[in-house]
Design a protein around this ligand. Sequence first.
Ligand code: FES
Length: 230
Amino acid sequence: MDGTRIDVPAGVTILDAADSAGIRIPTLCHHPDLRDAGVCRVCVVEVAGQRGLQAACTYPVTDGVAVRTGSLRVTQARRDVVDLLLAEQAGDCPACLRYGRCELHDLAAEVGAGGLDCPAPEPGRLVDLLGPSVAVDLNACIGCLRCVRACAEVQGIGVLGVVGRGPSTQVSTYGGLPLSQVSCIDCGQCVSHCPTGALQAVDGTADVLAALADPTKHVVIQTAPAPRAA
Ligand code: FES
């Protein structure tokens, strides 16, 4: 890796092999608590013999494979990915609860992203009170699915999922139901695993409960599909 021989057990990922040798590969959708999904592409590296860049967090090493983690092609691709994620952010960052603790912003500083000259999208995508304890601000969501995986893998609950496809993909509950109507246990794992301010803890005050009852503030993203006829 980067010209250094690394001995690791067969089958570990490039990311883990790099980590064992003290080589830093930036990540975003990766989290040590979670199984890797390879969705953000921030961790891309060059693998000898592969035409396209590969996600280090999901690519298993094989004997003798040569990897470049910091070539010009890799660093430019990584910066482009983070630039595009930043360009999707439509919220008011200084007002965000995670302002100053946002993993995306830390990552942008690390890879030198933030120089993309494009108009910011209009704020106003969905801010959905999923329940009395959790809200999702899709203006800040980067689609890393850490919340969905944390709900299923850390807590074993699995009430969060995604609806829609491509750019319309959104985090929601399965069936689009408020968390109060599914088996959410208010554990907060989705909030603590979110790298931005997209998943936020809210308190179950009267204001929040009133907002939940207000259909202009609580938007059901998608209703459950009708069961198929046998
Ligand atoms: Fe590897 Fe997101 S960290 S694809």
